[in-house]
Write a protein that binds this ligand. Structure first.
Ligand code: AMP
Length: 218
């Protein structure tokens, strides 16, 4: 059976993480977020974590070679044999080319771009709070953010260091410069679909499912 390898693109704060969590359940494929893998390494204090912590705090990209190695290893795991939802990867044309080489014939089936205005993502990012344990996302006005305790798992709810204003600006600039060219990359391959991310999470999920169905993928 061909695998359902999907790329989800969109600016930071466009809702990629939220949608990928839902889609991973719907299609029974893993949510592979390079940002989550790197944050887990930083939290664990591993050598990889030490290598990337300062780069991530500043909102800069870590090296292509490093994330390509991480994704390559992740694709070897049994749960990724039926496909994966890629969130935060690829981030550069070089990464997208490496991904094509890695997957070979059974490549990316669709690239979903969550389109959200810049003012809205800036607002979403600065008010975002995240559970350090399960990754659940809250707003600064939610009870979980105010109490600092996740209602899903009891973990600590914190503001990501790269959700501070300077790092947000840096990350959005990096997105425009390095990642937006990927839209043309996937468009040329006939794989790009645009989804309006400025709707409720349920509406976004419905729109994404419709695009996947329209391509006869699931
Ligand atoms: P994210 O959660 O996707 O916004 O990623 C958080 C941070 O992890 C980014 O600002 C980068 O420092 C790093 N990172 C995550 N994915 C990548 C990637 N594909 N290429 C380079 N750096 C990445």
């Amino acid at each position: 059976m061909p695998s359902l390898n999907l790329v989800v693109l969109g600016k930071q704060g466009a809702g990629k993480g939220t949608q990928c969590k839902r889609l991973a359940e719907i299609y029974a494929i893993p949510h592979v977020s390079t940002g989550d893998i790197l944050r887990a390494a930083v939290k664990a204090g591993s050598p990889l974590g030490h290598e990337v912590a300062a780069i991530m705090d500043a909102g800069d990209l870590v090296s292509d070679e490093l994330v390509i190695r991480l994704v390559d290893a992740r694709f070897q795991e049994p749960d990724a044999q039926r496909g994966a939802l890629l969130d935060g990867f690829p981030r550069t044309i070089h990464q997208a080319e490496a991904l094509e080489a890695l997957l070979g014939e059974d490549g990316i089936k669709l690239c979903i771009n969550l389109e959200v205005p810049i003012a809205l993502v800036t607002e979403r990012l600065s008010s975002r709070r995240v559970c350090q344990e399960c990754g659940n996302i809250y707003k600064d006005t939610d009870i979980e953010a105010i109490s600092g305790t996740c209602s899903n798992c009891g973990g600590d709810v914190v503001q990501r260091r790269d959700d501070q204003p300077d790092a947000i600006r840096q990350r959005l600039e990096a997105y425009e410069r390095d990642t937006e060219p990927l839209l043309a990359f996937y468009q040329e391959r006939g794989l790009l679909v645009e989804v309006n991310g400025d709707q409720s999470p349920d509406e976004v999920t419905i729109a994404i499912k419709a695009s996947i169905a329209a391509k006869g993928l699931a």
